[in-house]
Design a protein. Sequence first.
Length: 191
Amino acid sequence: MANTQRAMGFRPIKSTIGAPWTGLIRFYNAGTRSSDTNNNHGDIYIGDAVRLSSGAVLPANSNDTILGVAVAVGVTNTTFGQTGYYNPNNLGQRYLGYADTGVVGVVPAEGMLFEVEQDASLTLVQGSLADITTAANGAHGSRTTGYSSVTLTTASNNDVQVVENVAGPNNDPTSNYGKFIVKFQKTQNTL
């Protein structure tokens, strides 16, 4: 059976500490990304791994220390008061463009497991290491859907470790675009 190619970045699945992941979302300001325009690399999409820089969130690349995964974004607009997880001028926008100031809702990487798709058939098994496909100046999402296109690729930086296969009739982990549950290897906790 062939898997459907539907990369959506990282999707929080469960917490290893027993708390519901929805209760762990943290609110961060987005860092300045206006010079990171090549292939829209400075955009932050739902499902992107993010890192912390000077107290603000930026898209994470392979080999970065991961703060967490973006699950919500909001564009700053002083006309409407406090910034929320939306763009008041474009309610259909589900990403934070590199030129936008705003906020990011982040599920912490520490103590969390995430579902993600592999880029090709990597023959991953429980305990395997892999890298995320985000690299400097590289495209990593869709401005149409607002979702990240980050997948897993061959390990060199060992960004994630496979915890288990995604169980289900629509997932063949031995084929292209198989889905896995992973944990990040290098994490940062801000508490």
